[in-house]
Design a protein around this ligand. Structure first.
Ligand code: GAL
Length: 429
């Protein structure tokens, strides 16, 4: 018996609904409906050192789009610690902003799978972006050949910040090159009544974790943690986690700072010797605090990671449910433009995702950052991706790691932590 046309349509509809992910009941229905006289952009750049970068890009956007009001929907909290939960609720409820910040990598791929973000390959074609962004970066924003976000920068995670004058007062001659060296020097610093390592909230503890693991396991061992080839409960990872535990003992975790800026402040004031933090710290120290690079503050690769670039990239999306799509496209064009990136990045403490940024704008620390990032292309610098900033673990696993890490901070049980993370990798795959 043949099917009627209506029957065929009904079947096709059922089939289409069946492939929609369960958690995105609204995916597939278009947003739109706004008057495109404004654009609501969601990020977590409200704090000192971050909002300056955003403000510079907004100013460039306004100069090009005088008819569009910029609605800054930024939610405070480093690394999106508050913003991400709010965003998740909005996306689930079908109440998407016109564009939102996500990291390139598995953090974004969840949204793609949920059907929350639109394919914007057409913008890559119209703006000629395929020729200006490195392919290795675009791969992190792509599924099945479709590209879903515009990368605005490259940040580096594996950095250790210090204050040369304070180190001198503490009798520390050079910054530690390995975590074992750190532990030796930390004992000395503690003896002087100072804090060897400043730490902040949970996400900064995870940020430290990834960089201790990287320093102890090297690129291959570190990469293996995220693709299942390094056993979290095996001897190498266990040893690295034991090191992490010892490093934490030399931190001020019992009076941890509320966010990354006050954590860095302790290094500036000389209360603490070191802080492991991404290069947004440079924007804060140089821009906001008006300090001089290599005089008032200095930076090296975090112990054991010289020659490795632990990267993350902020990018902006076009949500399926965006109300002001044309205005959102104007914002995305801004985020992907040379002038937008060169306005934003020198103030944000990052280097442009585009390969044709104006190198003269990237001075002091950023000159080093640019040179190191370029080294990842010819292989002279090795590239790995950040855990705490969305590159190597999907959101479900990352959330489980947060829970396990929170418990670890109470019981310090390495074996239990490793077993939990390993199990959750399989559970959340
Ligand atoms: C990262 C983000 C950076 C910076 C940092 C601290 O996740 O990619 O741009 O904002 O958090 O808040």
């Amino acid at each position: 018996m043949g099917l009627s046309r209506r029957g065929l349509i009904a079947l096709a509809t059922v089939a289409a609904l069946a492939v929609l992910p369960a958690c995105s009941k609204d995916a597939g229905q278009d947003g739109g409906g706004g008057d495109n006289k404004s654009v609501e952009v969601f990020s977590w750049w409200t704090g000192p050192g971050e909002e300056e970068g955003l403000a510079a890009m907004i100013a460039d956007f306004k100069a090009k789009n005088s008819g569009i009001e910029f609605k800054n929907a930024a939610v405070s909290g480093g690394a999106g610690s508050n913003a991400k939960a709010i965003l998740q609720t909005r996306l689930k409820d079908g109440d998407a902003p016109d564009s939102y910040q996500r990291h390139a990598g598995l953090e974004l791929q969840d949204d793609i799978k949920n059907g929350w973000v639109s394919d914007i390959t057409y913008l890559y074609d119209s703006e000629g972006w395929k020729n200006v962004f490195p392919k290795q970066l675009l791969d992190y924003l792509t599924i099945d050949g479709k590209i879903y976000a515009v990368p605005v920068n490259i940040h580096r995670s594996n950095l250790m910040w210090s204050n040369p004058k304070a180190l001198k007062d503490m009798g520390v001659e050079s910054t530690p090159k390995t975590w074992s060296e750190f532990l030796t020097v930390a004992e000395k610093i503690k003896g002087k009544g100072k804090i060897p390592l400043a730490i902040g909230p949970g996400w900064t503890q995870k940020h430290l974790l990834e960089n201790v693991l990287l320093g102890e396991l090297g690129k291959a061992g570190y990469d293996g943690l995220w693709n299942g080839t390094t056993d979290w409960t095996g001897p190498a990872a266990t040893k690295a986690l034991e090191t992490y535990k010892k490093v934490l003992e030399y931190s001020d975790i019992s009076s941890a700072s509320a966010d990354w800026q006050p954590m860095i402040d302790k290094v500036v004031s000389g209360q603490a010797a070191f802080a492991v933090m991404g290069d947004w710290a440079d924007a804060y120290l140089k821009g906001d605090k008006k300090l001089k690079f290599n005089e008032d503050y200095q930076v090296t690769a975090s112990p054991g990671t010289d020659g490795i670039f632990n990267f993350l990239s902020d990018s902006f999306t076009l949500p399926v449910k965006a109300k002001n799509k044309t205005a959102a496209e104007a914002w995305l064009k801004e985020a992907g433009s040379k002038s937008g990136q060169d306005a934003f990045n020198p103030k944000k403490g990052s280097v442009p995702a585009r390969t044709d940024g104006d190198a003269a704008l990237y001075t002091d620390y950023l000159q080093f950052a640019l040179q190191q990032w370029q080294g990842t292309k010819d292989g002279s610098v090795q590239l790995v991706g950040s855990l705490a900033h969305g590159v190597v673990a999907n959101n479900a696993w990352n959330a489980e790691i947060d829970t396990a890490l929170g418990l670890f901070m109470q019981d310090h049980d390495v074996a239990k932590f490793a077993a939990a993370v390993k199990q959750k990798y399989t559970d959340t795959k």
